[in-house]
Design a protein around this ligand. Structure first.
Ligand code: AMP
Ligand code: ZN
Length: 452
């Protein structure tokens, strides 16, 4: 809407429990989108809400017998810890639903005044979907055979059950002590009005991009559109972007299916590198479903290792120089990577271009043809790509070997000179057990620490 700027809203986590890596697929897609827009020079304002009051948070806090805010606090903390582990950049703000009740009530009042909101017999306030003529435009379905006045009070339901939905839910016993006394009555907001109120508060009545997983399209986003556009008379969002699901053996990963992993399951219990998890979840196109497997995670780990090793090799490169050849490779990969990402974030094609480039540049290093200066240029290029991918981090040169490891490497060199391959290989295994990987290159022996 505004030159050089992007305003985007992201449906954040419902903090009733730990988020699983399917949820993080959504947050990683949004991170990639934002990083790519920034790479292209846009200034991005990203708002991600925290759903800290809704049907699920209330039910879970009751089950554990602790107050709602105490219950959600632990999952908010865990959420940010996981976000950091996955190297997801922080949004501009993380508004919480419980801190925006007045804004929600104002919106409900507007909808009542315009005749879109009405009070049901149970005291709750509902949105009359038959009055909003565009209802269904996002998920593309027709509202047919609607029973006049049929209503749904729960937050989540299917398309077949499209009905007047709750804007404000009158308190009932199942809410325990979760309620606000407001002009809308004693009660709490519906889940959908939360996102309408918070997005418009921070981004304006119309903004550029709204994201979420495909399961959010109906009813959540459909209802957000209806509420917001009915209240303002303006278009709510210019672009909707929805990520597909992460699956396990062909089924959507989800809490209710019991087929999920959390980030901590993978990192703390199973000792996987969170950055390999990041790579895995990022490397499939966001509109394509895919299955989580440990083989996939292993392949992701290897891909990250290749990138990191390449960065180390660049720091060491000191060849005679190859001039035009590397310049052409650099401009080629910039073009292919950029065109792929500009085309609806086509990351598989962008990564294929990147790994082709790695192969070619590695051959130049092997042949002693990449000069220190050329290597520095390539290093800068790779750092730029990593602002988008967020998987390499900083390559450090100052890693030091222990005296024992140094002695072993020296011994192995002597064994190799004496052509005692068996002994040399034994030492390689011994170093490997110490977490040190040995490579024999044209420039001599190189070592690096194995990352887990
Ligand atoms: P929730 O915490 O349930 O509100 O979900 C947070 C985000 O995760 C939403 O954008 C969901 O659409 C998304 N999501 C939930 N399950 C999956 C999954 N299996 N794969 C990808 N995204 C998901
Ligand atoms: Zn939302």
């Amino acid at each position: 809407m505004e030159k050089g700027k992007v305003k985007m809203y992201t449906c954040g986590p419902t903090v009733y429990d730990y988020a699983h890596i399917g949820n993080f697929r959504a947050f990683l897609f949004e991170d990639l989108l934002r990083r790519w827009l920034e790479y292209r020079g846009f200034q991005v304002t990203q708002i991600m809400n925290l759903t800290d009051v809704d049907d699920r948070t209330i039910a879970a806090s009751k089950e554990q017998g602790i107050p709602l805010s105490e219950h959600t606090k632990q999952y908010i903390e865990a959420f940010f810890e996981d976000m950091d582990a996955l190297n997801i950049q922080r949004a501009s703000r993380y508004p919480r639903a419980t801190e925006h009740i007045p804004e929600m009530v104002t919106l409900v009042r507007k909808l009542m005044e315009k005749g879109y909101g009405y009070r049901g017999e149970d005291g709750s306030i509902y949105f009359k979907i038959s009055k909003f003529k565009d209802y269904g435009k996002l998920s593309k379905f027709k509202v047919q055979n609607l029973k006049a006045g049929a209503r749904v009070k729960v937050d989540e339901y299917d398309k077949e059950q499209a009905q007047d939905f709750a804007l404000w839910k009158a308190w009932d016993e199942s809410d325990g002590n979760v309620y606000w006394e407001t002009e809308a009555g004693k009660g709490r907001p519906g889940w959908h009005i939360e996102c309408s109120a918070m997005s418009m508060k921070y981004l304006g009545e119309t903004f550029d991009i709204h994201t979420g997983g495909v399961d959010n399209m109906f009813p959540h986003h459909e209802n957000e559109i209806a509420q917001s556009e009915a209240a303002t008379g303006k278009k709510f969002v210019n672009y909707w972007m929805h990520n597909e699901h992460l699956l396990v053996e062909g089924k959507r990963m989800g809490k209710r299916f019991g087929n999920y992993y959390t980030v901590q399951d993978l990192v703390k219990k199973l000792k996987h590198d969170p950055i390999a998890v990041r790579y895995l979840l990022l490397s499939t196109h966001y509109r394509q479903q895919f299955n989580f497997t440990f083989e996939g995670l292993e392949a992701a780990k290897n891909a990250v290792e290749r990138l990191r090793n390449f960065m180390h090799r660049l720091l060491d490169a000191n060849g005679r120089g190859c001039g035009d050849e590397i310049r052409q490779l650099v401009s080629g990969v910039e073009k292919r990577f950029g065109e792929a990402m500009d085309n609806d974030l086509n990351i598989p094609v962008a990564l294929a271009a990147l790994f082709d480039f790695l192969r070619d540049a590695n051959s130049l290093i092997d042949a002693g043809r990449l000069s220190r200066k050329e290597a520095q240029e390539v290093h800068r290029l790779m750092t730029g790509f990593d602002h988008v991918l967020g998987v390499i981090g900083e390559a450090k040169k100052e890693e030091k070997l222990s005296k024992e490891a140094e002695a072993l490497i020296q011994q192995r060199e002597e064994d190799r000179k004496a052509k005692d391959w068996k002994k040399a290989d034994d030492i390689r295994q011994q170093l490997r057990a110490m977490g040190i990987i040995i490579e024999d290159t044209a420039q001599g022996v190189r070592w690096r620490f194995e990352k887990n």
